[in-house]
Design a protein around this ligand. Structure first.
Ligand code: FES
Ligand SMILES: [Fe+2]
Length: 385
């Protein structure tokens, strides 16, 4: 069956996805793209190419983190996005704002990592900023007769909160006041209301960010890579692949989906029966797991190094120990599979050094990856004009 392509962010309903999966199980088929793709290996190795990709990342609206990572007033996340240090903070008025994370005195970062504060105070000399970026105070202010505090607030970056996600746009052409809401391609509601942050983590992986991303976007490797983890409970090479705008959704059914065969449509819940992997172009992956959702942002550091930020969110309350334990067991299982993927991707990274291939080949089962490369190529070409 061909890929469902829809530019309005309208994806199959859960029931339609389940029906499509049953058709694939019964016919031993899977969704197929319309073209294969040869991606030059230089595009994974070249510094110039990485710079062009970072320019794309810096010029468009991109998910920074889930809203639940900034649940309370004063909560902040300070980290690099597209190699630019940013701090995103929920203000006293409840509005989330983003700033370039550099003091207006001598450029030191105001914070690093995650925390909660009532003001952002520079660790070097103590210049203090309000949560909406205004420069509030300069210690021994008499030493700075030329500084006009009113014009030396933190430098804002466009920021927008929608459907449980926080988007940023570093493009200086984007008006902070007008915002970026209109720039965001309709994205289906992925995160249900009332989700909260269970935990967040970050890790450095020594691979190109696209090689790493690719491993989440196809089910053709399930049998071979995940022999004793996912393969016994999922299906090899059976995915539903949908496109919306430059984004994709790849559905990985679990064998437990058979339990829905004879359910009335009104009794169909896909929780615990499949994983939806949303690829939000270019560098964000949101995956659904039983009872929880993982938001992953892949930040390229250089051609062969990526920082992965992971946010695990759920609606399950903090006192519901049995269900939280079940989530943690499920996540341990998923982590085993993720380690298997990482080993393979590290090997593919070494494979680049072998110089055996002038290109990597992506077939009809790997159409979400083809879409990633096709759109990235198109965006880079557009930016170069
Ligand atoms: S660099 Fe921030 S107060 Fe001096
Ligand atoms: Fe995998």
């Amino acid at each position: 069956m061909p890929v469902n392509t829809n530019d309005q962010g309208k994806l199959f309903t859960d029931i339609e996805v389940v029906q499509r999966i049953f058709a694939h199980i019964d016919n031993a088929t899977t969704d197929l793209g319309t073209q294969s793709w040869k991606e030059p290996t230089d595009n994974y190795r070249s510094k110039a190419r990485l710079m062009a990709e970072l320019d794309i990342l810096q010029s468009r609206s991109i998910v920074f983190c889930p809203s639940s990572a900034l649940a309370n007033i004063g909560d902040y996340v300070a980290r690099d996005a597209a190699n630019v240090p940013l701090i995103v903070v929920r203000g006293l008025d409840g509005v989330v704002r983003a700033f370039r994370n550099a003091c207006r005195h001598r450029g030191v970062k105001l914070a690093d990592g995650e925390g909660c504060a009532r003001a952002l105070v520079c660790p070097y000399h103590g210049w203090a900023y309000s949560l909406n970026g205004n420069l509030l105070g300069i210690p021994h202010e008499a030493g700075f007769p030329d500084v006009d505090k009113a014009t030396r607030g933190l430098v804002a970056v466009a920021c927008f909160e929608s459907n449980g996600l926080i988007f940023i746009n570093q493009n200086p052409q984007v008006s902070i006041e007008k915002g970026i809401e209109q720039d965001i391609v309709p994205i289906p509601k992925i995160i249900p209301d009332h989700y909260r942050l269970l935990n967040s983590a970050s890790q450095i992986v020594n691979t190109n960010w696209k090689l790493y991303l690719e491993s989440s976007l196809e089910g053709y490797h399930i049998r071979q890579t995940h022999k004793s983890t996912f393969f016994p409970v999922q299906y090899d090479n059976l995915t539903v692949v949908e496109a919306f705008g430059e984004n994709s959704r790849v559905t990985f059914p679990y064998q437990s989906i058979e339990g829905l065969r004879h359910n009335k449509e009104s009794d169909i819940s896909v929780d615990g029966r499949l994983t939806y992997v949303y690829h939000l172009f270019p560098n964000v992956i949101i995956s659904t797991f039983p009872g929880c959702i993982q938001v992953n942002v892949l930040e390229p550091i250089d051609e062969a190094t990526t920082r992965q930020h992971t946010y695990l969110i759920s609606a399950i309350g903090e006192n519901d120990t049995p269900r939280l334990d079940a989530i943690s067991q499920g996540q341990q299982f998923a982590a085993k599979g993720a380690i298997e993927d990482l080993q393979i991707v590290l090997s593919a990274q070494r494979g680049l050094a072998s110089k055996a291939n002038e290109f990597l080949e992506f077939g009809l089962f790997e159409s979400a990856i083809v879409r990633l490369h096709a759109h990235l190529a198109k965006e880079i070409e557009r930016a170069s004009k």
